[in-house]
Design a protein around this ligand. Structure first.
Ligand code: CA
Length: 226
């Protein structure tokens, strides 16, 4: 069985450590992000079953992140951590796409129970697949099919395609793709994005990834594919 993955987004280091230890002990594969930028990178490059998101983050705040993820079609259950007694945070959070909340200070047991509940609720309800013409990308299984046939992609090719499909309404620059497809310590080279795009076009066998000269790439609109 594939272990369930939980992402913890919390900037208070001691609380993050405590949460990560308990969540790991409860049997989940756990990643941590200490700020919004790192969280955004992980959410776009990895597949999680639950995200525990502190709303009070330095830089990009949790609510903004959550809204961006939901707008990008990321449907992962999100449990928000709100400030004590802040009812408006709860309301904004739920309206912004959160599935549940826990107010600080909390007992770890309550967070774990809510994670279990979110996973139960999500089970049996497949994550929505992303479609572009004949291409279907299933984020929960990290798999891509074209006209129903499985296409084998490397992890980087998958990330490029996944990122483009999550942002299909706009043009994505090479720099942005480079920032989102590599692990943080990876030697980044934006020229290799072109190589991934070329391979993807070959493997998908359809003109679905458009080059927008000077700007970047965009998924073609299904209507334009005839
Ligand atoms: Ca915080």
């Amino acid at each position: 069985m594939v272990p369930l993955r939980v992402l913890i987004v919390e900037d208070e280091a001691s609380l993050a450590r405590q949460l990560a230890a308990s969540v790991t002990e409860a049997g989940y594969a756990t990643d941590c992000a200490g700020d919004g930028r790192q969280a955004d990178f992980l959410v776009h490059s990895e597949v999680y079953d639950v995200i525990v998101l502190d709303l009070g983050l330095p830089g990009v705040d949790g609510l903004t992140l959550l809204r961006q993820w939901r707008a990008a079609g990321i449907a992962t259950p999100v449990l928000i951590l709100t400030a004590r007694g802040s009812w408006h945070e709860k309301v904004q959070g739920i309206d912004g796409g959160a599935d549940d909340y826990v107010a600080k200070p909390f007992r770890i047991e309550e967070v774990l129970a809510r994670i279990r509940a979110l996973i139960r609720r999500a089970r049996g309800v497949a994550q929505p697949e992303l479609r572009c013409g004949p291409v279907v990308l299933d984020p929960s299984a990290a798999r891509v099919t074209v006209d129903g046939s499985l296409v084998k992609l490397t992890s980087h090719e998958y990330r490029v395609l996944s990122y483009l499909m999550h942002h299909r309404t706009r043009v994505v620059s090479r720099t942005e793709l480079t920032e989102h497809i590599y692990a943080q310590d990876f030697d980044r080279d934006s020229n290799t994005v072109e190589v991934f795009i070329a391979r993807l076009r070959r493997k998908l066998g359809a003109p679905l990834i458009e080059t927008v000269r000077g700007l970047g790439y965009r998924m073609a609109e299904p209507a334009e594919q005839g």
